[in-house]
Design a protein around this ligand. Structure first.
Ligand code: ADP
Ligand code: MG
Length: 690
């Protein structure tokens, strides 16, 4: 039987219980087992002399126990000093049995494997794997690199290794090559069978460095197919969406022109270009699926307003969704102010409204008397019905994944007709990458900031110089400028975070009695928040102390000083977002990144990047390099599948070729597409199945 269909229970030693456990790893078919790829490798092919072990190195070594002792450091620790003549190292056990304690005695000869770290008393390994050897026996190193697989509770590394090796022996020949000859000839990479065999059991002479960096041709062959699978899946999805109808929105643009006439500024060329692209999409019979990338402050909200007003002009409803309450509120206020003069009602829906307000807002939406509704994801809860939803706008897309995008579309569907979708993100990524990650979307870029913006000057200061920073706030506010003071998440708990912000506010009030200092945070009632924000907007508050709730979207042009505490804990794009709250007006702005020593290498690098550049595209590029796309694009938070072997940043250069191969398959080998997608994405996660 075909291994693409044959279930794991057909394998020797796999009963229903084991099959269920394997299922938790996503392994259902025999093929799935072969595509369960190593996360990394351990090198047990050589013994390292203890004297040359370095911190963070994972190594195998052996030696005699010279000293074995149980000490109390808050909890019981079993410590064994092991030496081999070149040096000595400590083994540390927090959990150990009496039997273990008895065998790990002075004089015992051990082979150990583990990661070395710098302990309180020099190099040590916590909970090493170890094996007792008869004295004087020279231990045999392994002949090959040891693969390390993703595991789950109840499925152990060793049993998985054994299972996979068994399947390689019996079923590798059953693997189907779905890449056509012409593509294989172009690629010049190993065949699929060779590649799978190689990554699961690298031969003794394998190039260790290449393998650990994921640069071996066998890995590249697999990564290529995996990226291809994602690309195909998104392209299929795109095709499917395009088969749905959408309202043809052919507006004259007169409502938007009216808004434009009242604005105190002209649109940037980039805004005009992107609006034109959107208007072109709205005229089509298929749903728009457009992503707008634009740096913080590039004026995405106005672009959203343009799209919204075109839809409203033709009698369609518009839903605008933001990831946080505060950002939703901000948009609501903006849209309300912009649209009120035209008598266009803007409804407002979040999860925190009381039942009564919620009901009346829902009615406004359902009856269609509110053409525009702004809110959080509460907008798309089951009980909310739209009357004539024609356009969905999602702001700050990096927190939404493909699945959420789909859910939104389905929610708005009426009689097989889907609303248009516009997605806006302030985490811009390079175009080639965007085309792969967002292959289901068209991408527009606002690559220009409104004229007259000054780059924000950024200083990096240790928090031991807090007094200087306070003085800086004083001088700025005395000149009638306004400032933010952000106390970001230090602890996991929201309560503790709030406590820190509250204490900071109290301290700042005391230090700056001549200033109006106010606190804003996520737990406040919407009315209170609105009151504080309005006061800040009107200049009645000089210094706004906040938790990270202001991270996205807050817009007060007169605020020109941003203080960020514990900046070393924040990621690049978060810092960039926060900093983007200033530098929106005509005055020169500055940002102070306060940190607590000592700085880790990565934190130092992040802060240096922030000081060096204001360019969101540049920052996003660095962020991608440092953290990888899963984190940067939020697909991890969105619960989306990570790649098994591909790495978008590392494998970037292959993307254009992958696009071309995807086209070849879709046009000339359509029957190969689904098997490739299913092999890599699984049946459940395959976007093409939606
Ligand atoms: P973002 O892209 O970060 O969402 P916003 O839409 O919040 O940016 O816009 C930032 C600020 O710039 C707002 O105060 C907005 O009114 C203003 N703005 C938008 N477009 C222009 C423009 N063309 N010229 C001047 N200011 C603009
Ligand atoms: Mg915005």
């Amino acid at each position: 039987m075909d291994i693409e269909q044959q279930t794991v229970s057909a394998l020797k030693g796999v009963g229903p219980r084991v099959a269920a456990k394997l299922g938790r790893l996503g392994l259902r078919t025999v093929q799935d087992v072969l595509f369960h790829l190593p996360l990394r490798y351990q090198d047990r092919t050589r013994l390292t002399p203890i004297g040359s072990l370095r911190a963070r190195q994972e190594a195998m070594f052996c030696g005699n126990i010279e000293l074995s002792d149980v000490v109390y450091r808050g909890r019981r620790n079993l410590l064994c000093r092991v030496a081999d003549g070149s040096g000595s190292i400590l083994l540390r056990f927090f959990h150990f049995s009496v039997a273990q304690q008895n065998t790990l005695q002075r004089g015992a000869f051990l082979r150990c494997f583990g990661e070395v770290r710098n302990g309180p008393a020099g190099p040590e390994v916590v909970h090493p794997e170890y094996e007792l050897l008869p004295a004087g026996v020279k231990p045999e190193p392994e002949s090959r690199l040891t693969p390390v697989y993703p595991v789950t509770e109840g499925v152990h590394q060793l049993s998985l290794r054994r299972l996979i090796t068994g399947v390689l022996d019996t079923h590798l020949q059953g693997i189907r090559e779905w890449l056509p000859e012409e593509v294989l000839a172009m690629l010049q990479l190993p065949t699929l069978r060779e590649a799978l065999d190689y990554v699961h059991r690298p031969p003794p002479q394998a190039a260790v460095d290449m393998l650990t960096q994921g640069l071996h041709p066998a890995q590249q062959r697999l990564a290529f197919e995996e990226l291809l699978a994602h690309c195909l899946s998104l392209r299929k999805l795109r095709e499917r969406i395009r088969r749905h109808g959408a309202p043809v929105i052919d507006a004259s643009g007169k409502l938007f022109d009216a808004l434009r006439a009242r604005l105190p500024f002209a649109l940037t060329a980039a805004q005009q270009r992107v609006i034109k692209e959107i208007v072109g999409d709205l005229r089509q019979r298929q749903p728009m699926q457009r992503l707008v990338q634009g740096d913080v402050g590039s004026g995405k909200t106005l672009v959203a307003a343009a799209a919204a007003l075109h839809a409203v002009e033709c009698g369609w409803q518009v839903a605008i969704m933001a990831p946080t309450e505060l950002l939703a509120e901000q948009h609501w206020r903006n849209f309300r102010d912009w649209l009120a003069p035209m008598n266009i009602e803007v409804a407002w829906l979040t999860g925190r409204l009381n039942a009564q307000t919620r009901r009346s807002m829902s009615e406004l939406v359902a009856s269609g008397s509110a053409p525009v509704v702004v809110g959080t994801h509460a907008l798309f809860q089951r009980e909310i019905g739209f009357s004539r939803l024609g356009l969905v706008i999602v702001d700050e897309q990096h927190r939404f994944g493909v699945h959420q995008r789909l859910m939104l579309r389905e929610k708005g569907a009426v009689n097989g007709c889907w609303p248009h979708q516009l997605i806006m993100t302030a985490t811009p990524i390079p175009r080639t990458l965007a085309q792969s990650v967002y292959a289901d979307l068209d991408v527009s870029i606002i690559d220009e900031l409104p004229a007259g913006r000054h780059p924000v000057e950024t200083a990096v200061i240790p928090d031991s110089r807090r007094q200087d920073v306070v003085q800086r706030v004083r001088s700025a506010c005395v000149e009638r400028r306004q400032a933010y003071w952000v106390c970001p998440l230090i602890d996991e708990s929201e309560a503790l975070q709030l406590q820190t912000a509250t204490a900071t506010e109290a301290a700042l009030r005391q230090a700056l009695p001549e200033l109006q200092v106010r606190l804003i945070h996520g737990r406040m009632k919407p009315a209170e928040k609105e009151q504080v924000m309005t006061a800040f907007k009107h200049g009645d508050v000089d210094l706004l102390v906040s938790t990270t709730v202001i991270e996205v979207g807050v817009d007060v042009p007169n605020a020109s000083l941003m203080i960020i505490e514990n900046a070393e804990r924040l990621g690049l794009s978060q810092l960039h977002q926060l900093r983007g709250r200033v530098g929106r007006g005509a005055v020169a702005s500055s940002c102070v990144l306060m940190y607590r020593s000592p700085l880790s290498g990565a934190a130092r690098e992040r802060l240096a990047i922030m000081r060096a550049t204001n360019d969101g595209f540049e920052i996003a590029r660095k962020d991608l390099e440092m953290r990888g796309p899963g984190e940067v694009l939020g697909t991890r938070q969105a619960g989306e599948q990570q790649f098994h072997i591909a790495d978008l940043v590392r494998d970037q250069s292959a993307l254009p070729q992958i696009e071309r191969v995807a086209t070849i398959l879709l046009t000339r080998y359509p029957q190969h597409v689904t098997p490739i997608v299913q092999r890599w994405l699984g049946v459940r996660d395959s976007y093409a199945e939606v």
